[in-house]
Design a protein around this ligand. Sequence first.
Ligand SMILES: [Zn+2]
Length: 91
Amino acid sequence: MFICEVCGKVFADDDCPTCPDRGNGKGVTVERIKNNLRSCGTMGDVNTTAMHYRHHVQALDLAGGKFRTEAIIIRNLAAYMRWKILNPVRE
Ligand SMILES: [Zn+2]
């Protein structure tokens, strides 16, 4: 699933099937957004990442259906990462 930064649309494919050069690499996959959130180690990282992708996630949300489901998952993941940072596992 891909959010194209050229046309602003979302696609089930992992690149843009409508823009020249398939979006010319300008855009991001849902998987990359999730992986970037998962790799956050501080509250600042989570906030910066969530802020950086806020328009991408909004595009997913507005597209509805399975795209909206992914927007919800990404927002839940950001909330989970914040919780995880605030509640570190004690060894
Ligand atoms: Zn496009």
